[in-house]
Design a binder for this molecule. Structure first.
Ligand SMILES: [Zn+2]
Length: 361
């Protein structure tokens, strides 16, 4: 019964966070949902000019640990307004354009009023044979929000620079797989909320800054400012990372797999995690009997790269939950992986001061 309760609470948290709108730079809906959850737990809560949300325990202490996940998700920006009321898009973050035709889309009008629409492309019936085999580009796509001309778009307050995403409701597949949009990185945000709940009870005697950052998908902008703001001694970025255990992927292309526990980064495109910190993370997992996997080196990059390079340099690691189909309209995650990652993150956060001392910087 207790286990069932835990998992239904977790699903509700994931539903709330993944269904919220949070294209890079427009994370306010996600931020407010998280703020409502962490405010009763933290000694201090701040939002900075980039939109990063910081929840702090023991703000007066000097030794500082930062736990960080990004709130933003990949989406689109309106780049053109056609005279017959169609919109043209450009990507915000990395997208596979082949996945988009026929999808529902949610356009955020300036000021925050949402409008549904459809991503359209040239109908196959009117395409020439050679056009049918051509790979689509952004120029082939448009959005139909039901407007007949630019004047109607103006009345909907849809203008250049408005952002959009593909909306999805969270579904539970089978016993313990969650299908939702934006698990990269709302899974990380949910992990930080859960960890905050547990740290608020135990109150480790140093400053813990839990940062929910903005604009990772467009160059790790929020995390850079957050790390400068707090100068942490030790930082852990928490991600929803690529799982590539699906048909057609060759073994040498494998990044991580669903169901094999938290993913530990040693080196990616923007970060080399000091070997001693990797050892501490792996030792902690082993001591607790938590399964783990090491992420294939040099795949992807995260906010951790920006945090590591801030100030005088920060001891920084990454742990992640494997998620299939990241940067597409929907993604999949195992709740069991999530819970293993949560246990590992909580243990690392609880022992942060000792880990820092033993690494001996
Ligand atoms: Zn991410």
């Amino acid at each position: 019964m207790k286990a069932q309760q835990t998992s239904s609470d977790l699903i509700e948290l994931l539903r709330e966070l993944t269904e919220a709108f949070g294209v890079s730079g427009f994370e306010e809906e996600v931020r407010e949902k998280i703020r409502a959850r962490v405010t009763p737990l933290a000694h201090q809560v701040e939002v900075d000019a980039l939109g990063n949300l910081h929840a702090i325990l023991n703000p007066e202490q000097e030794f500082t640990v930062m736990l960080e996940a990004h709130m933003d998700e990949v989406g689109f920006v309106v780049k053109g307004l056609e005279k017959d009321g169609f919109l043209r898009l450009a990507p915000v973050g990395g997208w596979d354009v082949r996945l988009l035709p026929g999808q529902r889309i949610l356009v955020r009008g300036a000021g925050g009023k949402y409008h549904c629409g459809l991503v359209g492309s040239i109908p196959p019936h009117v395409q020439e044979a050679e056009e049918k085999n051509r790979v689509l580009g952004w120029r082939d796509l448009f959005v139909d929000v039901g407007a007949r001309d630019r004047d109607e778009l103006r009345k909907m307050v849809i203008r250049l620079g408005c952002v959009a995403l593909i909306p999805q409701s969270l579904l539970v597949l089978g016993q313990e797989t969650v299908m939702a949009k934006a698990l990269d990185d709302r899974a990380g945000c949910a992990l930080l909320v859960k960890t905050m709940e547990s740290l608020a009870q135990e109150r480790p005697p140093w400053r813990t800054v839990v940062t929910f950052s903005s604009s990772e998908e467009v160059g790790c902008r929020g995390a850079r400012v957050a790390a400068e703001r707090w100068s942490p001694h030790l930082a852990l970025a928490v991600e929803g990372t690529m799982a590539t255990d699906t048909p057609g992927v060759r073994p040498e292309q494998m990044v991580s797999s669903l169901g094999r526990g938290p993913v530990v980064t040693t080196m990616d495109k923007s970060l080399i995690v000091p070997e001693k910190l990797v050892e501490k993370i792996l030792d902690t997992a082993e001591k607790l009997g938590i399964p783990y996997q090491i992420k294939t080196p040099l795949m992807g990059s995260t906010d951790a790269g920006a945090i590591q390079l801030s100030g005088k340099g920060v001891l920084t690691g990454v742990i992640a939950v494997p998620c299939r189909y990241s940067h597409s309209p929907t993604s999949l995650m195992s709740l069991e992986d999530f819970m293993h990652t949560q246990r590992l993150l909580e243990a690392l956060a609880r022992e942060a001061s000792l880990i820092y001392k033993e690494i001996g910087l």
